[in-house]
Ligand binder design. Sequence first.
Ligand code: FES
Length: 106
Amino acid sequence: MTTGEVTGHRVAAAADLPPGGSRAYAVGDMQVAVFRLRSGELRATDAVCPHAGGPLADGQTDPTKVVCPLHSYAFSLADGSCHNGDYAVRTYTVREEAGEIVVECG
Ligand code: FES
C-alpha cells in the first residue's frame, strides 16, 4: 500500500449503530469511534482521546461534537478540533454502503 492511500474498511453492519449510538471499532491497528447522530448521519473520529486515553465512543454527543467521558474535553465531529484544550483527534470519512458501515482511513 502506498503511504497516504485511503482505503474503505467495512467495520460493522449498519444495524449495529442505531440513531444516537456510538461504538469503537478496530481498523487495522487503529481504533476508530463511529457515531450515528440522531439524524441518522454518521461521523468517525479516533477512538482514543489524545488527552489521557479516554474512550470517545462512550462520550456524550450532540450534532457537532463528542465530549470525552473522562475529563469533558469536547471534540468537533466535523474537523476533530478541541473546543476547550490543545488537543485534536483525526476525523474520517464514514458512509453506509450495502448495509454496512465503511470507514475510510489508511
Ligand atoms: S482523557 Fe479525554 S479529556 Fe482527559
